[in-house]
Design a protein around this ligand. Sequence first.
Ligand SMILES: [Zn+2]
Length: 433
Amino acid sequence: MQISVRLKLNTTKEQSEALIDTMRVFNALCTDIARNHPDATNAFSLHSLVYREVVATSPLSSQFVIRAIARVAGANKTRKTQLSSKKLPKKKHRPAAHCSFARFSAVPYDARLLNMSSLLSGETVSIASLRGRQKIKVCLDRRNLDVLLSGKIAGGALLVRSRREDFFLALVVDIPEAESIHAADVLGIDMGVVNIVVCSDGTAFLSDHVDKRRQRYARARKSLQEKGTRSAKRRLKKIGDRERKFRRDVNHCISKQIVAHAEGTKSAIALEDLLGINARATVRKKERARRFGWSFAQLRFFIEYKAKLHGVDVIAVPPAYTSQTCPECGHVDKKNRPSQDTFTCWSCGYEGNADYVASLNIRALGIKILESIPQPARSAGLLLGARQCARNVAPSVETMTDNIKGTPLKGTDSNPHESVSGSYKPVTSVMGN
Ligand SMILES: [Zn+2]
């Protein structure tokens, strides 16, 4: 499996200027080559045509020239395919005569231009620029470390300049997938209204401070939108970035705990099919912001890829009626759901928290699907060693979201998992960091 990683570079002012220069000159060179050879799609033949001349005249090193030639050949090829494709809608204006590259479009770096040998030990990279090699500090958070230590960097990197004029290295890391653990049980996951996630073992993820922060962001956004001044817009964007980062952190944290728990209890994870998450039920206006204000698709993606890394199977179940079915007697009725957060069965009188009931139904569907698939032999999680190692490297890097713990949901004393797996442990102790 390939995971992309973005590493922020802590550049000094001089280093930033060196990188800016490099980007500008490199992209201008690419545009130049493309202008003179708009139809060259083969890097080797383009190389023999232009290399000597370009190296003699360009201030960039020969390795940059090699990268520029390969990039132009690639772009020309893409352009040719697009022009010859009849599926593309015809544009009103004529297509450009050649490829051109924006001033600050990403610059490809290969192993000769970018040395990452002290990335993990010294948190620095040595990166070629117009003004010689720059040794630049890299921000390594624990998640990036986790990914980097779990696999190998595939190919080169892209030097990216963000809108805020920060520099990043975009890498792709090849990570071996763990073999599937033999699932003896299924952990049903409901992504819901009141709680971000409720698991079928009764764990709910929504600490008060997540909700409070969510509301605080919403309030701040509203008042700034009403102001509408230029500085308000700037603040709005800042808040948006911060809120996105906050959600991502929380999603990382929740997904990690869910997967760790599933792995520890040898369970597969059952989720509703993607479409079900926001489309399942009509949501009252008051609840709408909470429900649609969370990136469930991202959380799902995080759960899926972390599960893959740990050999935990993920089962997608059809979302229909998971919120209206009685987990005790199987009675399906809209009336079973008198309000957003309560469930009362009209047939047998079973009562419970609606999200929890949904997670039970998702689990039941997951078990059905799991039983219909033959399971491959169990194997040990290959990546645990690497993860442990990552922790030892950066024991002090803690994010606030590490404080988010799943808490037992009130009123869910009966534990359905006991009937299937005898070795069940309370979630809080399993999920601790
Ligand atoms: Zn019932």
